[in-house]
Design a protein around this ligand. Structure first.
Ligand SMILES: C[S@@+](CC[C@H](N)C(=O)[O-])C[C@H]1O[C@@H](n2cnc3c(N)ncnc32)[C@H](O)[C@@H]1O
Length: 348
């Protein structure tokens, strides 16, 4: 698919076809009830126009962001940028990148309004007009970002490998990619991928989950974790007729810029959550099969040990062990605590 044509189609869809989330044809954008309560409470402090043009499919806002530099790829009208502005605090920084002028215009118009609302002496956010395939052209330097987030955007990118390569270039060592997107349970036929409405609705550009895993491996990330997921209802009968053979899910994924192994290996390591992540006094959820209850030691594989110990989460865990002795493959099946508390939805 030609990069420029694909970009023009997306710009047209988000700049001219859609005026608000009410214009979307499918249920890719999930109900607000599924958003974590502490984040939902913060929505009341966002400008209504920013909320009106929200087209995300999840809530890609990880914890422990105070003081961090966060990059939001395809920030649109800025809903997540402004939530992040509050979460990183006045000494943190948020950069939103988008290529649709109409979306950026709304985001920028309310910049001073949000800074004042949050009591920030000056705005800690910046919006850049650019393409997520070329973050260097957007002024984002190597290893300069703590956390990259994105909400329902990567499916729209015609060259996904370039986007993932750029993400891992700009992340600091131990930095985190945390994003929500629409995924498919199979590869989507090329003819449907070229359809501007199906693509604009975040369906026909959706990655097949196994191809996503392969793409991540190609850019050096061998272990990606799914945090939560929910089915995407197609709703529109015409859309159901042409693409209803595909099952779509909105999934929130997390990955770290770390030299991990391609399988979970057992070195007899143990992690205990200290209960210190703000807003999470009782448990820390790493993914859909790791829920760390406060004070309760959990045996973990080498990859999980590194995700916790070599990222910004390190201060919140007591970690025991090393890789000097190997006990074979680690059984990473969910423990009872994870099963009981698996989040049902990955939602806005
Ligand atoms: C589905 S909307 C989501 C917007 C925002 N993340 C939200 O949650 O409201 C997709 C956004 O990604 C932007 N976008 C898509 N592909 C892009 C690309 N290659 N480079 C920059 N922005 C892109 C579009 O302009 C649009 O604003």
């Amino acid at each position: 698919m030609n990069l420029d044509t694909a970009h023009d189609d997306v710009r047209h869809y988000y700049g001219e076809v859609l005026a608000s989330s009410a214009d979307l044809k499918t249920g890719a954008c999930c109900p607000l009830e599924a958003m974590p309560a502490e984040l939902r409470a913060m929505l009341g402090d966002l400008h209504p126009e920013v909320l009106e043009r929200f087209y995300g499919c999840g809530s890609p806002l990880p914890p422990a962001l105070d003081g961090m530099t966060v990059l939001d790829l395809g920030c649109g009208s800025g809903r997540d940028v402004y939530l992040l502005s509050r979460l990183v605090g006045e000494h943190g920084r948020v950069v939103g990148i988008d290529m649709t002028p109409a979306q950026l215009e709304v985001a920028r118009r309310h910049q001073a309004w949000h800074a004042e609302r949050y009591g920030h002496a000056r705005s800690n956010v910046e919006f850049v007009d650019g393409q997520i395939e070329d973050l260097a052209a957007c002024g984002i330097e190597d290893a300069s970002v703590d956390v990259v987030v994105s909400n329902c955007v990567l499916n729209l990118a015609p060259d996904k490998q370039r986007v993932f390569a750029e993400i891992f270039r700009v992340l600091k060592p131990g930095g985190e990619l945390y994003f929500s997107d629409v995924f498919a349970d199979r590869r989507i036929p090329a003819a449907l991928q070229a359809d501007p409405v199906l693509r604009g609705e975040c369906l026909s550009g959706a990655l097949y989950t196994e191809d996503f895993r392969r793409l991540m491996a190609q850019v050096g990330c061998l272990d990606v974790r799914s945090v939560s997921q929910a089915p995407v209802p197609l709703l529109d009968p015409a859309i159901e007729t042409v693409i209803g053979m595909v099952n779509f899910r909105s999934i929130t994924m997390r990955a770290f810029k770390l030299p991990l192994e391609d399988r979970c290996e057992d070195y007899g390591q143990v992690a205990t959550y200290r209960g210190t992540v703000p807003g999470a006094p009782h448990a820390f959820v790493l993914d859909d099969h790791h829920r760390f209850e406060t004070g309760r030691p959990l045996r973990v594989c080498g990859n999980t040990f590194d995700m916790l110990g070599r990222s910004r989460y390190a201060a919140h865990f007591s970690l025991h062990g090393d890789t000097s002795v190997h006990y074979g493959l680690f059984d990473c099946a969910p423990g009872p605590a994870a099963v009981a508390a698996t989040p049902a939805a990955a939602c806005c």
